[in-house]
Design a protein around this ligand. Structure first.
Ligand SMILES: [Zn+2]
Length: 405
């Protein structure tokens, strides 16, 4: 029996305008809606505002956008970067499966590497004009070469979409497409790490991101942060004027996803404690590997620099202090890097220690966080350990990790 602890559906007032998923039951009836959760036991189907849990043995056939888009990105990661024919064929496959955003994104990927590719231009509806192509841009039309120049200016920036993101960026097309692909990779890793065990529902409204290629257009934030997630607007901002930084993008994507998946049960700001928010974001950053645009999650990958910083500190932060860090403690304040390292190693300890029960209990704590109780008392009681025991075990884990590597 499925038990859904909390929902995280962000529906626009007008609802989700994409084609609906279809589910055929063994009794012959056909249902439509959106499959927002799926595991070995069954699915959760959202139809209008009704949520229905359907056991696996009652389902004859199920076609969902969530599964189709995961499959498309899985196929994408298996292609080599220069296999443009296969990329275009994947774009066509996505269009046939009504994944129009992915279809166009992969066609843009082809054009990013071969601006003269006629099949990709035609796929995107561009019109051939002598030896160039005309591209519709709202009420205007631009020759292809002119469009590439215009997009470098923030006011005419690219707006590229995927199943879960809408990204505005004035980066060159190669990196513009990469940033969307990186975000989709982060979404998938996040749901793999936290979404399944915590039964988060798929996000149905795209998350907004801005990746700025120039300093001038980047909206400043306290503490001179070069990238940040603004919880008031739910928008993720990356300053890529010194180069595209995957780590920064993935770190902020984790904050945005935590916000989107936990917000419906949050009782107010700050329910995801600062140490946990930053620790998980650093954990996701460190486990994201693979070539740019084809991110691969390696759950065993560690940022040993953070371990060294924490272990080598003259006055490392102890557990009592770490558990009370709030988000403002990380803003360019004194020893902020050390705070990230302490928070990150604590999250690694809870997720990756040799003790399987600990991970399970940590997820029980995350369940409480989702319900608005992320206090240090909740942490200790979910782990069934007192402060001294946690401190001792965490220290030993950090030492052992550094000795092993
Ligand atoms: Zn952060």
């Amino acid at each position: 029996m499925l038990s859904i602890l909390f929902a995280s559906i962000l529906l626009a007032p007008g609802g989700d305008s994409r084609p609906l998923d279809t589910v055929e039951l063994t009794n012959g009836s056909k249902l439509t809606g959106r499959v927002v959760y799926e595991d070995a036991d069954g699915i959760v189907l959202l139809s209008g505002s009704n949520e229905r849990e359907i056991a696996r043995d009652k389902i004859a056939r199920c076609e969902s956008r969530a599964a189709a888009s995961r499959e498309a990105f899985g196929l994408w990661r298996g292609l080599s970067e220069d296999d443009l024919a296969a990329t275009l064929s994947l774009a066509k496959d996505c269009r046939a499966r009504k994944l129009e955003e992915e279809a166009q994104l992969f066609a843009w990927q082809v054009l990013a590497h071969d601006g003269a590719n006629a099949a990709a231009h035609e796929f995107l509806g561009h019109e051939r004009r002598k030896d160039s192509w005309l591209v519709n841009d709202g009420v205007r039309r631009w020759p292809w070469e002119k469009l590439l120049e215009l997009r470098a200016d923030w006011k005419d920036a690219w707006v590229l979409s995927s199943e879960h993101y809408r990204v505005r960026t004035n980066l060159p097309l190669v990196e513009a497409v990469q940033s969307v692909l990186e975000l989709e990779g982060a979404y998938e890793s996040f749901f793999e790490l936290l979404g399944r065990p915590l039964r988060f529902h798929e996000l149905l409204e795209p998350l907004e991101a801005q990746v700025h290629a120039d300093e001038k257009s980047f909206p400043e934030f306290a503490g001179d942060a070069r990238s940040y997630f603004a919880s008031a607007t739910h928008v993720l901002y990356v300053n890529a004027s010194r180069g595209f930084d995957r780590g920064a993008l993935v770190h902020e994507a984790a904050h945005q996803l935590l916000d989107a998946c936990i917000q419906t049960t949050r009782t107010g700001r700050g329910d995801v404690p600062g140490w946990l928010n930053e620790g998980l974001a650093e954990y996701m950053r460190a486990t994201t590997l693979g070539p740019l645009g084809r991110p691969l999650c390696d759950p065993g990958a560690l940022d040993l620099g953070r371990f060294r910083e924490h272990a080598g500190a003259k006055e490392p932060y102890d557990l009592g202090r770490v558990l009370t860090f709030d988000s403002s403690d990380f803003l360019g304040s004194v020893k902020s890097s050390l705070k990230y390292s302490a928070s990150y190693t604590l999250v690694c300890w809870a997720l990756d220690s040799e003790e399987p029960q600990l991970r399970e209990r940590f997820f029980a704590y995350l369940g409480k966080v989702c319900k608005g109780n992320g206090s240090s008392t909740a942490f200790k009681s979910a782990l069934e350990l007192d402060e001294r025991a946690i401190q001792k075990d965490w220290d030993a884990f950090v030492r052992a990790t550094l000795q092993e590597k």
